[in-house]
Ligand binder design. Structure first.
Ligand SMILES: Cc1cc2nc3c(=O)[nH]c(=O)nc-3n(C[C@H](O)[C@H](O)[C@H](O)COP(=O)(O)OP(=O)(O)OC[C@H]3O[C@@H](n4cnc5c(N)ncnc54)[C@H](O)[C@@H]3O)c2cc1C
Length: 387
């Protein structure tokens, strides 16, 4: 698929922002294990990236899924963490757009779009990851509000978020168990001191994705008003989440394409500069073929992502295409970033060059937003008719 003039303009404007604001700081911050500076997040909000696909009446830009993928790819080309800030706003925003009441849309969407309200997704638990239906965190009604009890883990951006999108068990007795889950929009103050003893959090040390921190969270009676139940109907959380996975998976595919493209760009440049045996290494066939293979794989993943966007924008069900794009781009990014690191020889292993950052960052794509193993199950179920 070729991009039209409007989408090319979007791509060029984000590329210009990334070249000016992100690429010059990404390596230093990543090496120092520092988070994305808040002013950068403020600029992204000003540019409208957080409300890109929200309707204009809720402060968004009313753009299509393809625009979201293009913006995401370009931001991730600068630094995966930057491309991933958007993911949180997209997950919470699309959940509210699709399942929220009018009041909830009016209350939350304009603030999310403007960056006044940053969000984080709290689905995974220490004992429950892929098996979403088995989530345990409880949210009984006490004193006219929900009170949350239990643990969440891997809640990325929890420190900076003002709103946690929490999958909680509001009814522990109902069977089948996925019908006891609801999504609660849980407000908190910004900061990593959280609100102990009702809400505590600690950062998880990671090998990559350094610009954002992921947290283990402990809830012990943390409150959430009844009106912040998504769609104000209990027991719908599992279905609501599954229905909005398409956006998150397409967005993750685009993040993988952007990360792989950045590693390819760096390796291509290096191959034209590094001299061994009296020649630039780009003259050795084995290096030329590595580059050719990487470029081909990246383009294939990008086109599959665009196709998933086109399907989504047509209004048709697109979980199959989103799943295919996500799993293919995730596995491609791991292969490509590893091979591009190889082009750098020993320097690829050094913190002086970004090749190792792209490789460390790329490893997460096969894990989050549904592991590759789960993604193949989703695809196989569609192909085999749910068996
Ligand atoms: C850096 C990072 C950031 C993250 N950010 C967030 C976030 O912001 N919010 C959030 O809620 N979560 C987040 N996650 C969590 C992520 O979504 C989970 O790690 C993921 O869903 C897998 O769950 P798990 O780790 O419990 O693995 P498990 O579900 O325990 O899986 C372990 C292994 O078993 C395989 N497996 C499990 N079930 C099956 C099956 N039925 N068939 C075949 N294989 C299976 C898996 O594929 C995997 O290989 C993040 C994770 C990471 C690493």
């Amino acid at each position: 698929m070729l991009l039209d003039e409007e989408h090319l303009q979007i791509r060029d404007s984000v590329r210009e922002f990334v070249d000016r604001e992100i690429r010059p700081i990404a390596d230093e911050l990543d090496n120092a294990e520092k988070e994305i500076p808040m002013p950068v997040i403020g600029k992204m909000a000003e540019l409208g990236y957080f409300g890109l696909i929200f309707p204009a009446e809720y402060g968004g830009m009313g753009m299509d899924t393809l625009s979201m993928a293009i913006v995401t790819e370009e931001l991730s080309r600068g630094w995966l963490s930057v491309g991933s800030v958007m993911t949180r706003m997209i997950i919470t925003g699309t959940l509210i757009m699709a399942h929220g009441t009018d009041e909830q849309k009016k209350k939350f969407l304009p603030k999310i779009a403007s960056g006044e309200m940053l969000t984080a997704a709290a689905f995974t638990e220490p004992d429950v990851g892929s098996d979403t239906a088995s989530m345990k965190l409880r949210a009984p009604k006490e004193d006219g509000q929900y009170k949350l009890y239990g643990e969440k883990t891997w809640c990325t951006f929890a420190n900076r978020a003002h709103l946690l999108t929490v999958l909680a068990r509001t009814n522990p007795d109902v069977q089948p168990k996925h019908k006891g889950l609801s999504i609660l929009l849980v407000e908190k103050k910004q900061g990593d001191d959280f609100a102990p003893p009702e809400l505590g959090g600690s950062a998880i040390p990671t090998i990559g994705y350094k610009g954002m921190k992921s947290y283990s969270l402990g809830f012990d009676g943390y409150p959430c008003p009844l009106e912040n139940l998504l769609g104000v109907e209990e027991g719908k959380g599992f279905y609501q989440l599954m229905a909005t996975y398409e956006y998150a998976r397409i967005q993750t595919a685009a993040r993988a394409v952007g990360t792989a493209q950045a590693s390819f760009d760096a390796a291509l440049k290096y191959a034209q500069e590094r001299v061994q045996f009296g020649k630039t290494i780009g003259e050795f066939q084995v290096i030329r073929h590595k580059l050719a293979h990487a470029a081909t794989e990246i383009e294939a993943a990008r086109q599959l992502t665009y196709y998933a966007c086109e399907k989504k924008d047509s209004g048709a069900r697109s979980d199959l295409e989103a799943g295919m794009a996500k799993v293919f781009a995730a596995e491609m990014a791991e292969r490509v970033t590893s091979e591009m690191l190889q082009v750098f020889g020993g320097y690829g292993y050094s913190r002086e060059y970004p090749a190792q950052r792209f490789w460390r960052d790329a490893r997460v794509f096969r894990i989050f937003e549904g592991t590759s193993e789960i993604q193949y199950e989703v695809i196989a179920k569609r192909l085999l008719g749910g068996k």
